[in-house]
Design a protein around this ligand. Sequence first.
Ligand code: ZN
Length: 349
Amino acid sequence: MPLVSMRQLLDEAAKGGYGVGAFNVNNMEQIQAIMEAAKETQSPVIIQASRGARQYAQDRYLYHLMLAAAELYPEIPIAMHQDHGNSFETCKSAIELGFTSVMMDGSLKADGKTPSSFEENVEVTKRVVDFAHERGVTVEGEIGVLGGVEDGHGAGGDGLDHITDPDQAVEFAERTGVDALAIAIGTSHGAYKFTKKPDGSVLKMDVLIAIHKRLPNTHLVMHGSSSVPKDLQDIINKYGGNLKETWGVPVEEIQIGIKNGVRKINVDTDNRLAITGAIRKVLWETPEKFDPRDYNKPAREAMQKVVALRMTQFGQAGHSGDYSPISIEEIAKGYADGSLSTAPLVAAK
Ligand SMILES: [Zn+2]
């Protein structure tokens, strides 16, 4: 199966009332883990690469790993997504490389650190939407600013500093025509999201629900949504690691989000924890080993387990065979003739 448009994946998820996990990749083992989990659970999947990943793996390696995944798993719909594009140029280069979806994170300036103005965000996002839709490529925008830093991208600070304003979300969706909208509801990138199990004072599910009420057909995206499970933290610390106690976004909260318009859920930290824990365990228990396969294989299996669990919890499991992919060219025609709408349905307050 060719790589598919993320818009199609999300439209199908909306019809089915489920969410789709978007998992970050940097190397071959991570792609293999995701694809094996998708096969095991029969899930459509979003594979995403940050700017940091594109630098780390080199664009051509990454692209061909994605093509290998599409070739080896013809029954699985895969969207290939640029995570947190910082500028028009980054998104353009991803599209030219063959990504079927891009995030234009215009909530920050091109330095990936400084919060931008609303007008700047609308302007750069709209420019990416025009370029991408002509080529059948999906665009995710962001309104509000997430906390923390991931791969050098992020404003840092607390997730509560720039919570999304529902009225601005409506105006942003109307003026840009994005296919999916990332919102800030108190989550942060990285492992250190919350200092205790989050409640409504730090995780603003009420804001998410308010945005969904105003934009009932818009695909919402939750970033920084690893759950940071204690058992994965414990494995790392048991085998010589030194993680401070921390809390992520509980899966129950994500499931509430999915009932309220969330269609894409970004998960990276949980997979990083699973990989590192597995590697530490092997090296700690059998210090005589030195073949990288001896620890990369358990690391890959540990990540597969986490991804398969999330796919089941998000509801995408069992849906890989629901539909046949529409080509990117057909999708481009749909945007051009208006059959693929980019004008959001807006409900009154
Ligand atoms: Zn993110």
